[in-house]
Design a protein around this ligand. Structure first.
Ligand SMILES: [Zn+2]
Ligand SMILES: [Zn+2]
Length: 248
């Protein structure tokens, strides 16, 4: 990268964060009004700042760490491995990369609820007392980078350039915004495969600890016996005293 490109890239990241916040607000703010009704939660400036930073410079810094780590780790992989990966169709490479990302997100999230060292970072995310579209990125930087780097590193190691799956990453980020939105939405039986807003609300609920860790692929919760269906009545809002199920 040419050092003269740096200001342009920095401005690009700044603007892309603003565009992400604008898209999230345009889609999910009206949806919250439509699908929630007695809506009380209002976006907070602090949460919008988190959302903007992590979707701009956060992703930028994360991508830099991923590229460096992948460069270092690729040296340990046999050449035949990268040749084999490149021979596979793109859809298969992308599907495997996304599956590995989901397994990482599930595992590190579950560990963060069980291990006091990681919980001290993850508990920042559990300080949200109202589910709303702006709150999805309320995260400690350690929690954010651990999740984003671990989720996307396998794709790089597979030889998939992050730029080629940028659309998937954008959709995944928007899906995370939706999961935290104040939407009374569930997919019925399909929620056992793909997470719904009601399912993730349950993860933040004081009545439910140690359940529904998955990012998007709730099938992982079903397989690991940490799945809990949303009740037919409304799930209570989270509380400030969110605690891990076990801290050792
Ligand atoms: Zn959690
Ligand atoms: Zn959450």
């Amino acid at each position: 990268m040419n050092s003269q490109d740096l200001p342009k890239l920095a401005l690009g990241a700044f603007v892309s964060g603003l565009v992400f916040v604008a898209i999230s607000a345009l889609i999910f703010w009206p949806l919250e009004e439509l699908l929630e009704g007695e809506k009380a939660a209002r976006p907070k400036f602090k949460d919008i700042a988190y959302l903007w930073f992590y979707q701009s410079y956060g992703l930028w810094i994360g991508a830099g760490i991923i590229y460096e780590l992948a460069f270092l780790l690729r040296g340990f992989l046999p050449h035949t491995w990268s040749v084999f990966v490149k021979q596979q169709p793109f859809w298969l490479q992308a599907a495997v990369a996304l599956l590995m990302a989901e397994v990482w997100v599930y595992s590190v999230h579950r560990l963060a609820h069980r291990w006091a060292f990681l919980w001290r970072f993850h508990k920042v995310h559990h300080t949200l007392v109202e589910m709303t579209w702006s709150a999805s990125s309320r995260q400690h930087p350690v929690d954010f980078f651990l999740t984003i780097v671990g989720a996307n590193l396998p794709a790089m190691l597979l030889g998939i350039d992050l730029r080629s799956i940028a659309l998937f990453i954008l959709l995944e980020r928007l899906y995370t915004v939706m999961l935290h939105s104040n939407l009374n939405l569930d997919w019925g039986w399909f929620s056992k495969i793909v997470a719904s807003p009601n399912l993730h609300r349950l993860h933040h609920s004081p009545t439910c600890r140690g359940k529904n860790y998955a990012g998007i692929l709730s099938l992982l919760d079903v397989l690991a016996n940490t799945y809990q269906s949303p009740p037919s009545t409304r799930v209570p809002e989270p509380t400030l005293d969110g605690k891990p199920e076990v801290v050792s």
